[in-house]
Design a protein around this ligand. Structure first.
Ligand SMILES: C[S@@+](CC[C@H](N)C(=O)[O-])C[C@H]1O[C@@H](n2cnc3c(N)ncnc32)[C@H](O)[C@@H]1O
Length: 275
């Protein structure tokens, strides 16, 4: 059994991992995820409380969100690999997410980056292989960029990560990535200030995380358009409907939640193309 430290930012990886497992059980036609099921079974973590919460209608919507977000980001990775089959695929704040393996075309190279304690667990459950590396770095320490071979392009993605960053740190990170990885694409999920506040009150409070001051949030993609002269384009799509529209496949309650997330919380997948 492998241990995840409680009351840390690292513990937040449990939420999407468990959400994917729950989705896999409840919506197998949409999100079959045997890896999430396998990994949850191998962690020394008390899922009982999270389990109860996620079985409610609102909890199941949270599960749908995290599974859909992974689907969206994997779609973007595969799309980039069509034109750049040998590219670097970089999972920023990877937790125990296996998106690289889902998108692997047999040629690209994967880099999974997270804090050292997460990487230690990852090395046991999702070990490296000849084209996939697990890297222990704080993303705010830019030396991780030296490890990435971007000579054949790069697609970088972050799933549920920047909510734990201060806006100024996200900005500095984006500016550095844009300089270091010309021609690359960065994709990530975002929500507006209202959504970030709701998250602080629920998920983060539950995880006992109180050490992050200002959370990154976006009302509109254009807020970051001018962050760097190295951005060629910034685009946004609905998180729940922009890639695969599951509106008709879910219950009335979940349809209302989708509308709420699109309109009121502005849950989006943002894509930045670097010059
Ligand atoms: C909500 S989890 C998401 C995990 C994974 N992306 C997924 O979707 O399953 C957030 C992850 O970001 C990582 N993280 C947060 N801040 C980080 C930082 N400064 N450097 C590296 N990883 C970080 C955490 O350790 C955690 O694994």
């Amino acid at each position: 059994m492998y241990h995840i430290e409680k009351n840390t930012v690292q513990e937040t990886l449990i939420i999407p991992l468990y959400g994917r497992k729950v989705c896999s059980e409840h919506f197998p036609d949409l999100f079959k995820d045997p890896e999430a099921e396998r990994i949850c079974g191998m962690l020394d973590y008390d899922f009982a409380e999270k389990g109860k919460k996620m079985e409610s209608a609102a909890g199941l919507f949270g599960a749908l969100e995290v599974a859909q977000r992974q689907y969206d980001l994997a779609w973007e990775v595969k799309d980039y690999l069509k034109k750049n089959p040998d590219a670097a695929v970089v999972n920023l704040g990877c937790g125990l997410d296996d998106t690289f393996r889902r998108c692997d075309n047999g040629k690209c190279r994967g880099y999974n980056i997270d804090m050292s304690d997460v990487i230690a667990v990852r090395n046991e459950l999702l070990p490296e292989n000849d084209r996939e590396r697990n890297l222990a770095f704080d993303l705010n320490d830019e030396t991780w960029m030296d490890e990435i071979d971007c000579s054949n392009g790069a697609v970088l993605f972050a799933s549920g990560v920047f909510y734990y960053f201060k806006t100024e740190d996200v900005k500095a990170l984006f500016q550095k990535m844009a300089k270091r990885f010309p021609g690359a694409v960065l994709v990530f999920d975002s929500c507006n200030r209202r959504g970030a506040k709701m998250m602080t009150k629920t998920w983060l409070k539950e995880a006992g995380i109180s050490d992050v001051g200002a959370f990154f949030s976006l009302e509109d993609k254009d807020e970051i358009r001018n962050w760097s002269g190295d951005f060629a384009d910034v685009s946004a799509k609905s998180y729940m409907r922009g890639y695969r529209d599951i509106y008709k496949d879910v219950s009335l309650f979940h349809r209302l939640m989708i509308k709420f997330c699109d309109g009121f919380v502005k849950m989006q997948i943002i894509k930045i193309t670097f010059k």
